[in-house]
Design a protein around this ligand. Sequence first.
Ligand SMILES: Nc1ncnc2c1ncn2[C@@H]1O[C@H](COP(=O)(O)OP(=O)(O)OP(=O)(O)O)[C@@H](O)[C@H]1O
Ligand SMILES: Nc1ccn([C@@H]2O[C@H](COP(=O)(O)O)[C@@H](O)[C@H]2O)c(=O)n1
Length: 686
Amino acid sequence: MFTTEFLDLPHLARAGGSVQLPGSKSISNRVLLLAALSAGTTTIHDLLDSDDTRVMLDALHALGCTVTPRQVTPGQPVQITGIDGALPNNARAQLFLGNAGTAMRPLTAALAILGGSFEMTGVPRMYERPIGDLVDALRQLGCQIDYLRDEGFPPLRIGQPDFRQLGSTGAAPIQVRGDVSSQFLTSLLMALPLLASTSPQAIAIDVVGELISKPYIHITLELLARFGIRVENHGWQRFVIPAGSRYQSPGSIHVEADASSASYFIALGAIAASAEGQNGIKIEGVGLDSIQGDIRFVEAARAMGAEITGGPNWLHVARGRWPLRAIDLDCNHIPDAAMTLAAMALYADGTTTLRNIASWRVKETDRIAAMAAEARKLGALVEEGAGFIRITPPAAPEDWRAASIHTYDDHRIAMCFSLAAFNPAGLPVRIQDPKCVAKTFPDYFEALFALVQPGAPAPVICIDGPTASGKGTVATLVAQRLGFALLDSGALYRIAGLAASRAGIALQADQADRIAALIATLHIVFAPDQRVLLNGEDISLAIRTEEAGMNASRVSAFPAVRQALLQWQRDFRRLPGLVADGRDMGTVIFPDAPLKVFLSASAECRAQRRFKQLIDKGLSANMHDLLADLQARDARDTQRSASPLQPAEDALHWDNNAERTVEQAVQQVLSWWQQRQPFAAEESAV
Ligand SMILES: Nc1ncnc2c1ncn2[C@@H]1O[C@H](COP(=O)(O)OP(=O)(O)OP(=O)(O)O)[C@@H](O)[C@H]1O
Ligand SMILES: Nc1ccn([C@@H]2O[C@H](COP(=O)(O)O)[C@@H](O)[C@H]2O)c(=O)n1
């Protein structure tokens, strides 16, 4: 996951390949709660690992359920042993539920019926998301719920219910509004079987007002049935839970991939020209048989021109009509995925109107306002109303603008606007706070980058300079702040030197071809945890000795060795960008790099730094020898005929002498980088 302050997406041109989607958030959190309320142990496969499922898992653990393992591990199921419809007497807990509506609302209903002493808290935005209609419905039954701040909103305190008023004949139908959030009805449907289990009468729920988001209720009913609760659905207006209903674990259950997440890749297939040798996008884990309402996004995308085929758990999407066709659609049936239509509308042949989307206003943020504000930044013409949005794309390529997209801590805003990187103007798009996608799809950007091809080669920042000038340190930090990949080219020469000496090859010019041939056979891995593996062996420390540095310096003077490592280095170039440190990054390896930096510092300063670095690592060092070695390496690096160490003509120089700190150097490089970006100055502050 990208945890940077922002993520710059270069202009994207093409896409192709296949993507396996994470589990559905809606199904994951429902299944977790149902498993927790049931008798027996449920093994849950393909559970989504996200912010919202994590808060749910933590809450269930706090309530006394056995959760094994405590965190979701890819490919490993999670087992929940449920409470069999009852909590111990005097159960109490404080539950932090983040911004997860799918945790706050159903847990409130279930705990209000089970009884105990609970505080339901979350992030500030959660305290702006209404829950009053659900609380009113639960109070009709005798549940004890108090608002801890504002009337109608979390945080809440839940106490012991008093069901005496229900009497032996049961309650009158419970009334709940259906026109604000379908999560209220879902919450009651999942909580009321706890009451029905001991009730002599069936329990009925009447929906007041038009029921929005019926597809989500459909998911709830399907899953309730899997856990032994068969709810009667009377025309989506009355739901009846039979007396004696009792939660029973199905034993094992698979979570479908998220149909809302699929929408971004369906849109990608519809928008992007196919990558060479590829034919569109294959989406795995969810298909045309999905129980999720957002699968009907497929119909809307087809209406806009996408060519979509599919099976029970897969979809294939290719660009069809281009530009896309503008549509006018009632989106009540696909409230979440409809946001992706707004992104597709940027590529349509006219004005697209999305109606019946008032529920967007009470989601993670006011999504109508947010989508309108951010689409306008790109140059689109946007009109918004209480329950609709109308989008006209920029009239011509030159009307598009490079925008820094504010994401409002809303995963869907971030994912939708990533699609703006396919704009016809060749502009990059900045996504602020990219980690907000953690709510449903932590690795969204990684999945996107695996499928797309940029319009021009991915950007590279070259940082060259003599040994111990601070290149590696600065390059690592710049790469971290931008979310870029890192190439430590010196490590490749160090590996070459180490491998040659281990093979007993003399490090001299007449052996250069043998060393080059050896390089071609090496299996080198730069692991994400910073370890360097050579043919499976961890050589991270072995290549960092001064001797390894000297050997690297020797072999690096041979043109055949440099040639053998050339493509290796260029293959590091990838989305969203690369920071490359070395001696000839700007002059030879990436001559087209948009930013080249040359660091310098006196030999004495560099020797001092290297001395400290070695001592800090617990290695022995001698200042006199270090200075001599360093000067010898400088001489060899600058005087060799093949790619000598020298600044590129267009390099920017940074004197990295003793009075300069690491952070100053990093800030300088980032500031040079910002100056090269097309985003407005006030939007690009790092
Ligand atoms: N202003 C500075 N900029 C960068 N590094 C600094 C600075 N001040 C002190 N250092 C320290 O200098 C040491 C040497 O830096 P580093 O290893 O990044 O150099 P390098 O140029 O990559 O060396 P080599 O080419 O040998 O790999 C590190 O311990 C680093 O923390
Ligand atoms: N692009 C490069 C990088 C390194 N070298 C040579 O390798 C030696 C080790 O590099 P470090 O950056 O890890 O110190 C170095 O002394 C150079 O001789 C190179 O030639 N080109």
